[in-house]
Design a protein around this ligand. Structure first.
Ligand SMILES: Cc1cc2nc3c(=O)[nH]c(=O)nc-3n(C[C@H](O)[C@H](O)[C@H](O)COP(=O)(O)OP(=O)(O)OC[C@H]3O[C@@H](n4cnc5c(N)ncnc54)[C@H](O)[C@@H]3O)c2cc1C
Length: 380
């Protein structure tokens, strides 16, 4: 790998938030990018997302304005019991977190890219460390190559599983999510409701929509339910207003269900000309609300590292900086799972008391610790 004398090229596997952010970042430094996405359309799932100030700063570096599509949120600062009693109230200004519909963030990223750079129905079936990729599209296989392959192919990354090791690890939790127009229940107050081994989040989104999630402990991965909405209502249908109403008004076919999986820390994110980014590199439980934020940070740091000269050098710096930043965070997210999924009466009591009694300043400090990050700049 040499320095950037001609236009450098990157193949990006996956058009999730990480892959698209990487494509925008590399185009900002003059690279030519091709994004390969196996799905027939480029889209995000119907759920909400919290964007922490670190991700907001990273999006600023990419010159992307998500402001009009967001609203301030608190993220775990308004805590309730299943009967509706408030354990804690916070103010959105305390932490500067934004709530956005995933599809809106995706749309903002996608609009920055030329159509010709995006290829759907393009499933990567093999990747070599030297940057050769085999991609299956419309039943045919194509060989492609580039100066760099960015694997942003998610927690089940075929790239990571073939060139590194590291199968996803089931975190003994499963989650249902949905977005519904709030209708008669508006205005909705944001909340995180804590039961024993069950958490329910309610987050208002712009345009009077509401994102909800129900996360429960589970022993068996890949369990399927005939009717997901009924299953969720069976579990929390008698919890406080507006939880049952929000679930009941979400169209059944738009209730998402998936297990919580993450990966063990990798010794490196780089293998010759292939680099991992986003969940492929560091999937973590969603407890800190930072997975997608970290994918956006990855994209900005990768672009900054590659902008400043030799590609091998740049990848080395990306690898060092990103592992040092994200791996302790992933470990903290796992620790949070251990704490909040303990179903003993005592553990649940301790979590509830902590939610009620931690002073606002201590809560702010603990909550904001992962968003304390200064982004690099990109050359003009
Ligand atoms: C319940 C829940 C709540 C969450 N809440 C938040 C939150 O509030 N804030 C936050 O920051 N994060 C949150 N996250 C984490 C966040 O969703 C992920 O970290 C983020 O979506 C990862 O993006 P990605 O682009 O790395 O991967 P993905 O979104 O998984 O995208 C990977 C893409 O690659 C494609 N792909 C896969 N294999 C191939 C292949 N072989 N060939 C071609 N394409 C391929 C896939 O189709 C997909 O489009 C949450 C996660 C969960 C589960």
């Amino acid at each position: 790998m040499g320095t950037r004398e001609e236009t450098s090229t990157a193949l990006i596997i996956g058009a999730g938030i990480g892959g698209l952010a990487a494509a925008v970042g590399l185009r900002r430094i003059g690279w030519s990018v091709t994004v390969l996405e196996r799905a027939p359309i480029i889209a995000e799932v119907g759920a909400g997302l919290t964007l922490w100030p670190n991700a907001e700063r990273a999006l600023d570096v990419l010159e992307l304005d998500v402001g009009p599509r967001t609203i301030p949120t608190i993220s775990r600062g308004n805590v309730r019991t299943p009967s509706g009693r408030w354990l804690r109230h916070s103010h959105p200004e305390d932490v500067g977190v934004l709530a956005i519909h995933r599809a809106d963030l995706h749309d903002v990223l996608r609009k920055e890219l030329p159509e010709a750079a995006l290829h759907t129905d393009a499933e990567v079936v093999s990747v070599s460390p030297k940057g050769a990729v085999v991609c299956r599209s419309a039943g045919e296989e194509h060989e492609l190559s580039a100066d760099l392959v960015i694997a942003a192919d998610g927690v089940n990354s075929i790239t990571r599983r073939s060139l590194w090791s590291g199968d996803p690890v089931f975190q003994h939790r499963t989650v249902w999510r949905g977005v519904t127009p709030s209708g008669s229940v508006w205005p909705v107050q944001e909340s995180l409701t804590l039961g024993r081994g069950v958490q329910v989040g309610v987050l208002p989104l712009p345009d009077e929509r509401v994102y909800w999630f129900v996360m429960v402990n589970g022993d068996r991965p890949n369990q399927l339910y005939a009717d997901d909405r009924r299953e969720v209502l069976n579990r929390v249908g008698d919890w406080h207003h507006p939880i049952p109403a929000l679930i009941a008004t979400t169209p059944e076919d738009q209730v998402l269900h998936n297990d919580i999986v993450d990966i063990d820390p990798l010794p490196t994110f780089v293998n010759d000309r292939v680099v991992l980014l986003g969940d492929a590199a560091h999937a973590m439980p969603p407890d800190l609300g930072q997975g997608a934020c970290q994918a956006i940070e990855d994209a900005v740091v990768l672009a900054a590292c590659l902008a400043s000269g030799d590609v091998s050098d740049g990848l080395k710096r990306y690898d060092e900086q990103r592992r040092a930043r994200v791996q302790p965070m992933a470990e903290a997210a796992r620790a949070s799972v251990r704490r909040t999924s303990n179903t003993s009466w005592l553990a649940h009591f301790a979590v509830s008391v902590a939610a009620r009694l931690i002073p606002p300043a201590a809560w702010r400090k603990a909550t904001a610790q992962w968003s304390d990050w200064t982004p690099p700049t990109l050359p003009n």
